[in-house]
Every structure is written in structure tokens, then in C-alpha cells.
Design a protein around this ligand. Structure first.
Ligand SMILES: NC(=O)c1ccc[n+]([C@@H]2O[C@H](COP(=O)([O-])OP(=O)(O)OC[C@H]3O[C@@H](n4cnc5c(N)ncnc54)[C@H](O)[C@@H]3O)[C@@H](O)[C@H]2O)c1
Length: 246
């Protein structure tokens, strides 16, 4: 594989598993050095001697965003790519959604992405540019039943990303949202032990007749993080098996 990202430094949040872990593997395989962060200590298992380091922390904490950007600089000497991927969902009818549910989802999906994007932007602005990829959802553009907080947070993420693109353009900073359809991951494991099987059961809702694997989403993230997408910014890039085409 060509090391087309040799010399680049990436920060990936929510990297312990799922889409985040697949993205770390994608970037690292192409030569990027990667700081992988997650609230789960399992993220430390990704660290190696060859250019992957790990940091454990909650993305919604300002201090974690500041420390993550500083760690990328200190450990690898730069920060060229941010993948703001950490996310969580609460799936309940709106009438059963508590204020705590709302705050929890918004704090990870919207506030966490904002804080990390701001810190990365500061470094990229001072170092000649970079690429920010946020991981939204089809819920960035359409509403999902029984996912009020999640849909609102992913809509907020899309709007945040557009502003990053507008303010980042003059500094050589691109910012794009990947908007996946359903992916077979453990995202819902705080509600149900069968998260993967449950998510897989939504295949028929997608014109392609199946849900995505994390590696398929990592491909799109990687493209938007790399110079191959040099003229793409401010875009909400659907990778949803056609879900939002209807
Ligand atoms: N699975 C899907 O169907 C689906 C669909 C569209 C979008 N997405 C988005 O893809 C992204 C990745 O999700 P996934 O499906 O790989 O699920 P996942 O649960 O496997 O991965 C999410 C990661 O984020 C981490 N995380 C959660 N809260 C955190 C916090 N406060 N601080 C730091 N890390 C935290 C988790 O520990 C986990 O490792 C999320 O933003 C999710 O909303 C998922």
C-alpha cells in the first residue's frame, strides 16, 4: 500500500472500536501517525511503537480536547487531520427522553466535536492547513424516529462542520461531514446486548439492502482526510447505502 499520508499526523476520537478503530487502521496503513483517543481504556491496545499513540478521556471535557491536540504535537510534531468520530445515541420516544439523555448525547456528539475541532483548527491555522472530518449520520439531514437528541446532535454537527469549512478555507483547512447509514457496530450496547444484530436488521431500510461495515465508512473518512479530496469542503457526504436518496 502506498504511504500517501507519510508525514501526516491524525487525531481520531472514539477510536477504541467500530468506525474509529477502522479509521485508525486506514490512516496508519497509509503512513499517518495517529493519536487514538476514547473514553474506553481499550483504546490503549491500539498503541504501538510504529506511530499510533493513545489517550483515554471524555471528548466532552474541554481539558481532554486541549490535551489531545497538545499530545499530537508533542508526540508526533503536528496535527494535520482530525476525525471527530466519538458518538453515542439514546433511542427513546421524545416523551421519554430526559434532560439528562439530551445533555449526554449533545455533550458527546456536538460539544465534544466542537471542542476538538476548535483545538485542531488552532494548530492547523498556525501550521498551514489541515483536514477535519466529522462523523455525522443520515440523521444529520433527516430525522430518525425515537432519536430526538441524536438527530439534533448530528444536525448540529453538520452545521458546525460547514462553519469550520467557511472559516477554515482561507487557512487551508477543509472540513467535511461523513453521513453514514446504519453500521453494524456496538453503538447501542448500553441499551441492548445484541447491538450489532439489531443494527444489522435495518438492512432493508437501505436501497442497497444491507447495512455498512465500519471499514466501508473508514474509506470515506480517509478519502476526505487525504489530499485526494483537495477541493471538497463544507460537504455532507452520504455513505448511507442510498437511505437518504428517497
Ligand atoms: N452504528 C451506526 O449505525 C451509526 C450510524 C451513523 C453514524 N454513526 C456514528 O459513527 C460514529 C462511530 O460510532 P460506531 O457505530 O463506531 O459506534 P461505537 O460505539 O463502536 O464507537 C463509538 C466510540 O465512541 C466512544 N465514545 C463514546 N462516548 C465517548 C466520550 N464521551 N468520550 C470519548 N469517547 C467516547 C465509545 O467508547 C466508542 O469507542 C458515531 O459518531 C456514531 O454516531 C453510527
Amino acid at each position: 500500500m502506498t504511504k500517501e499520508l507519510a508525514g501526516k499526523v491524525a487525531l481520531v476520537t472514539g477510536a477504541a472500536r467500530g468506525v474509529g478503530a477502522a479509521t485508525v487502521a486506514w490512516l496508519h496503513a497509509r503512513g499517518a501517525r495517529v493519536l487514538a483517543t476514547d473514553i474506553r481504556s481499550e483504546v490503549e491496545q491500539l498503541a504501538d511503537e510504529n506511530g499510533v499513540a493513545a489517550l483515554v478521556g471524555d471528548v466532552s471535557e474541554e481539558d481532554v480536547a486541549v490535551r489531545s491536540a497538545a499530545a499530537a504535537l508533542e508526540r508526533f510534531g503536528g496535527l494535520d487531520i482530525l476525525v471527530a468520530n466519538a458518538g453515542r445515541s439514546v433511542n427513546k420516544p421524545v416523551t421519554e427522553t430526559t434532560a439528562a439523555d439530551w445533555d449526554e448525547v449533545m455533550s458527546v456528539n456536538a460539544r465534544g466535536a466542537f471542542l476538538h475541532a476548535r483545538e485542531a483548527f488552532r494548530v492547523m491555522r498556525d501550521n498551514g492547513g489541515g483536514a477535519i472530518v466529522t462523523v455525522g449520520s443520515f440523521a444529520s439531514t433527516v430525522g430518525l424516529v425515537e432519536a430526538a437528541a441524536y438527530s439534533a446532535s448530528k444536525g448540529a454537527l453538520a452545521q458546525l462542520t460547514k462553519v469550520l469549512a467557511l472559516e477554515g478555507g482561507p487557512h487551508g483547512i477543509r472540513a467535511n461531514v461523513v453521513a453514514p447509514g446504519v453500521i453494524e457496530t456496538d453503538l447501542l450496547d448500553t441499551f441492548r446486548a445484541d447491538s450489532r444484530a439489531y443494527l444489522r436488521s435495518f438492512g432493508d431500510a437501505h436501497p442497497l439492502g444491507r447495512v455498512a461495515q465500519p471499514e466501508e465508512i473508514a474509506e470515506v473518512i480517509g478519502f476526505l482526510a487525504s489530499p485526494r479530496s483537495a477541493f471538497v469542503t463544507g460537504a455532507v457526504v452520504a455513505a448511507d447505502g442510498g437511505y437518504t436518496a428517497a
